[in-house]
Design a protein around this ligand. Sequence first.
Ligand SMILES: Nc1nc2c(ncn2[C@@H]2O[C@H](COP(=O)(O)OP(=O)(O)O)[C@@H](O)[C@H]2O)c(=O)[nH]1
Ligand SMILES: [Mg+2]
Length: 176
Amino acid sequence: MQYRKVVFAGTMGAGKTTAIRALSEIAPMSTEVANRQTELHGKAQTTVALDYGEIRFGDGEKLCLYGTPGQDRFAFMWPILARGALGVVVLVDHSQVDPISDMTRYLERFAELNRDMPFVIGVGRLDSNPAFGLNQYVDSLSQRGWPYPVLAVDVRRKEDALLLIDVLLTMVENTR
Ligand SMILES: Nc1nc2c(ncn2[C@@H]2O[C@H](COP(=O)(O)OP(=O)(O)O)[C@@H](O)[C@H]2O)c(=O)[nH]1
Ligand SMILES: [Mg+2]
């Protein structure tokens, strides 16, 4: 059996744990603790260390899904998780103060680890701030010469989470 790995990154509350729970065909593992940084996000629980889930494909291939902890104090986990990853799904919470720089921060950090890392960006809660839309993300990326796909998603829906994976796998296939 072939093992492949995809990493989910993004700020606290962006939906990493939710996406992996929606996708995983095994009981997903997650290391949730009480959230003591409620100034960053109001949610009750947050992930330390990582999330883990798996998708199995018909051809006997297994895709391992890893969620990075959002808080910066767990940034030491990122190189460990990024090693050998097919690509990174960066989830963005559009309702945050500066979601573009949230996105940029994760892209920069993971690109430092692997310059050729394929990325897909999933923007959630797009309706929370109608003043700016998906095109702002696309513009910001193209200004930096980053041709990564940007999708509006609600990762609580399995088909949205799966779309992110499909796009990432398609990119990987096409660059081989
Ligand atoms: N409205 C909305 N809520 C979302 C979306 N994605 C995640 N959530 C909710 O946001 C909360 C935080 O998600 P979580 O997966 O714990 O974020 P994590 O910190 O990235 O692991 C959960 O209550 C999710 O149900 C989205 O696209 N839209
Ligand atoms: Mg989490």
